[in-house]
Design a binder for this molecule. Sequence first.
Ligand code: NI
Length: 264
Amino acid sequence: MIFESHAHLLSNKFENDRDEVIKRALENGVYAVLNVSDDLKTSIEAVKFSKQYNNIFSSAGIHPHNGMDFKDDDLIVIKQLALDPKTLAIGEIGLDYYYDFCDRNVQKEVFVKQLELAKSLDMPVIIHDREAHKDTIDTLNLFKGNLEGVIHCYSGSAESAKILLDMGYYISFTGVITFKNANKTIEALKAVPIDRLLLETDSPYLTPEPYRGKRNEPKNLVYIAKMMAQVKQVSYEFLLEKVWDNTFELFKKAKLYRKVLEEK
Ligand code: NI
């Protein structure tokens, strides 16, 4: 049983075959999917979408790419969506200094406001950090001990991973670990204990080998999990069992659905 902790199922890349993508995921052992939002529109749609399937969950939050559209009133909407039983986290939120689509000071402000909201709701966060490792760590440090979450698509060093682990964060890896030049990410993966790992595809992006270059979808988690098991030197089955448990440990609201998901 695999819990896909990060996919963008509402992406227009899935507009023609969304149902089949979800069906294929189930057939390949992906028994639950956290469909992650990146702006107000997808946050609203994600909650509705989660009602159409037993095994699909949602998140609510504004991605750093979309920080320039942010208004304080959005926090009221995100809060409302976050209270839905199937909304598991605030996210994805964070900092992106690679694309810099939004002014960095605005990114930081929007990030902090959403971290404050998550703290007030006692909900975990899904963190996006691209080329902003220092500022991400500094910002999360302000909330040390008061927030739980996952650093998604981890791209930092093994040393930074240790700092984030000390703060209590889970670390999640994508198909990047199957790429040829992934040495740094593999070193980081080695530094994360198995009980703090999550699995994700970040579909429709970051397709693992052997499908690199094509559209990604949750069924491809199998290839990421196999590589992860190999790097962690454990059996595939053991890894899946641990990651399945970890995901419920972090996203506590999903526990309500766990039995039903496992009966599939
Ligand atoms: Ni994402």
